[in-house]
Ligand binder design. Sequence first.
Ligand SMILES: [Cu+2]
Length: 136
Amino acid sequence: MKILIVLSAFFTLEAFAASKIQIKDAHIRLTPPGASTTAAFATIVNHTDKDVELLSVEGDFAQAFELHDMDMSGGVMKMRKVSAIQIKKYATVELKSGGLHIMIFDLKKPLNKDQKYNLKFNFSNKEAFQIQVPAN
Ligand SMILES: [Cu+2]
């Protein structure tokens, strides 16, 4: 019994150590009725000693997913598409309203409050995370 407990603790630690990029507090913004475009937000923590890039996000509940940033241009905040979002080594990047975000185009169906949707995050170090993200 003791051996079993030690082994399971060991494997838990291993699993934790293997996942060196962490995605926290992910959520999709609920859309007003009739809207088919929305955004998703999350906090990404890079626990590794190398810079990584979020290259893309995929999902099956909308037609297209893009990485976006906000810029001041002529006194107006404007969104623009970016090819990647960099997370420096040991750094945290927050995707939030008014800043970096995941843009979601052409929802296939209206989102339901608190329902979870699959999003896959693809990183430059070949790690990919499929997570369940609530709409709220
Ligand atoms: Cu956008």
